[in-house]
Ligand binder design. Structure first.
Ligand SMILES: CC(C)(COP(=O)(O)OP(=O)(O)OC[C@H]1O[C@@H](n2cnc3c(N)ncnc32)[C@H](O)[C@@H]1OP(=O)(O)O)[C@@H](O)C(=O)NCCC(=O)NCCS
Length: 151
C-alpha cells in the first residue's frame, strides 16, 4: 500500500467484510452479517459518520465519529468512537488521514473540540494520539450492565 493511493470515504454495505475484520482486529470479534444493520443505524443518525480508508479497493482502516449536543457548550462536542488501521498497514499515515476526515466533519458541523477515549493498555494508540496533537485530559470509567430481564 502506498499512502498516496489511500482515499477516505464514507462506508457502504459492500465494506461489511472488511469492517468486520477490522473490528475483530480491534478486539471486538464481529461477523460480516452483523455489520449492515449497525451501519444502517449509524447512517440514519445525522450526528454520526462512518469512514473507511480505501487503498485501491482494499479497506485498510475504519473510524466512526459522533457529535453530541450538551448543556454546557453551544458547539457540539465531537467524539471519535472507533479507530482501527489494518495490522499490515500501520504507521503509513492511514490513521492520521482517518482522524483528519473525522475532524473535517466535526468542524464543518460547528464543533470546536474532538475527544477520544482509549484503554489504558493501548500504548500504541496513546503515542499516536499525542503525535497527531491530542493531549491526555482525563480518565475513563466504565460499568457493564447485566442484560435486561425478559420476564
Ligand atoms: C493507533 C492506530 C489507529 C494508528 O494508525 P496508523 O495508521 O498506524 O498511524 P499513522 O501512520 O497515521 O501515524 C501518525 C503519526 O503517529 C505516529 N505513530 C503511529 N503509531 C505509533 C506508535 N505506536 N508509536 C509511536 N508513534 C506512532 C506515526 O509515526 C506518525 O508520526 P509522523 O507524523 O511523525 O509520521 C493504529 O496503530 C491501530 O489501529 N492500532 C490498533 C487499534 C487502536 O489502538 N485503535 C485506537 C483505539 S482508541
Amino acid at each position: 500500500m502506498h499512502p498516496s493511493t489511500v482515499i477516505v470515504r464514507e462506508a457502504i454495505t459492500d465494506d461489511a467484510d472488511a469492517m468486520a475484520r477490522l473490528c475483530t482486529q480491534l478486539g471486538y470479534p464481529s461477523e460480516s452479517p452483523a455489520i449492515p444493520g449497525r451501519l444502517e443505524r449509524l447512517r440514519a443518525d445525522r450526528n454520526a459518520r462512518v469512514y473507511v480508508a480505501d487503498s485501491g479497493g482494499t479497506i485498510v482502516g475504519l473510524t466512526t465519529i459522533h457529535l453530541r449536543d450538551t448543556i454546557n457548550h453551544d458547539a457540539p462536542i465531537a467524539q471519535l468512537t472507533l479507530l482501527v488501521v489494518d495490522e499490515a498497514n500501520r504507521t503509513r499515515g492511514v490513521g492520521r488521514a482517518l482522524v483528519q476526515a473525522a475532524e473535517t466533519f466535526a468542524r464543518d458541523r460547528g464543533s470546536n473540540r474532538m475527544t477520544v477515549t482509549t484503554a489504558l493498555n493501548r500504548a500504541d494508540a496513546h503515542a499516536f494520539y499525542e503525535r497527531i496533537g491530542y493531549a491526555q485530559t482525563g480518565r475513563r470509567y466504565g460499568k457493564d450492565f447485566s442484560p435486561p430481564r425478559t420476564t
